[in-house]
Design a binder for this molecule. Structure first.
Ligand SMILES: Nc1ncnc2c1ncn2[C@@H]1O[C@H](COP(=O)(O)OP(=O)(O)OP(=O)(O)O)[C@@H](O)[C@H]1O
Length: 258
């Protein structure tokens, strides 16, 4: 790779009591790529993503965004820096509308004194922007932007969560098992959406156990084993069997670079 990575981790350590979830882990995400992170249960994938997205604080090591050292105290810090994460358990509020969900934590206030002094929200403007963002991503099959999220299908909800992550000048989008709970058709839409984000220049980290999905969309695959990056493989020159064998320890990597 000739480009500089946008997001890196070097030697990061995360302990939960006596359990070492991340043991000297490295990570590199390059501009414009879809990087899949795979690993067996308990390998430390979630811990890695939580560290990069500010959900947990690391005990050692260093992380950088665009070359600058980052230290997040909360997911909000990470979000403010442009790292958006969509967790498996979607952080959408079921009773709120699509538009309101897209703006949770970044609501637009009315420009007049009612907004300034009484915090009155500009629902019209939020609806307009939400509609625009969802249309840009080809997601306006949902009938109304005011529809409550609880009335959407799993795929549509995932779409709203991904659109929210992609909509606000994100530098990096992290997706944790975005297709895990979805049917075939819904998974397809989410995979298409992921590819679309890449074509818009947003680098994506995709955590997934689904090898066909990983091999369909990933440019590179980070294999995590026993709390650290084992190797990075190229899906064009490796098979799914190779990936699973590396993940489970049935096979050792040939070289550390890919
Ligand atoms: N909050 C916690 N408290 C204690 N131990 C934890 C905590 N979170 C994770 N662990 C432990 O850290 C290790 C790594 O877990 P992690 O969830 O990061 O793995 P994972 O690769 O995401 O697994 P999975 O694929 O099963 O989700 C495991 O041994 C797990 O039990």
């Amino acid at each position: 790779m000739t480009q500089e990575p946008i997001l890196t981790a070097r030697g990061i350590v995360k302990r939960y009591g006596s359990v070492t979830a991340l043991n000297n882990a490295d990570f590199d995400l390059y501009p414009g790529e879809i990087l899949a992170v795979i690993g067996d249960n308990g390998a430390g994938k979630s811990s890695l993503i939580k560290a990069l997205s500010g959900a947990v604080q690391i005990d050692d090591g260093e992380m950088r965004l665009n070359g600058e050292i980052i230290r997040f105290n909360s997911p909000l810090d990470a979000r403010d820096s442009g790292i958006e994460t969509v967790y498996q358990t979607l952080a959408l509020s079921p009773a709120l509308s699509i538009a309101d969900n897209m703006f949770v934590g970044r609501e637009i206030r009315k420009k007049n004194f009612m907004g300034k002094y009484f915090g009155m929200l500009d629902h019209k403007e939020m609806e307009r922007v939400a509609r625009q963002k969802l249309t840009e991503l080809g997601l306006m099959t949902v009938q109304s932007i005011n529809q409550a999220v609880e009335t959407l299908s799993g795929g549509q909800r995932q779409g709203v969560a991904v659109a929210r992550a992609a909509a606000f000048g994100s530098k990096v989008v992290i997706l944790d098992e975005p297709t895990a709970a979805l049917g075939v058709k819904e998974s397809r839409r989410v995979l298409d959406l992921i590819k679309q984000l890449r074509s818009r220049g947003i680098p994506i980290v995709l955590i997934s156990h689904n090898m066909p999905h990983v091999f369909e969309v990933a440019d590179r695959i980070h294999v995590h084993r026993l709390g650290r990056r084992l190797c990075v493989i190229d899906p064009k020159t490796n098979t799914m069997n190779d990936a699973v064998a590396l993940m489970t320890g049935a096979k050792e990597p040939e070289s550390q670079a890919a």
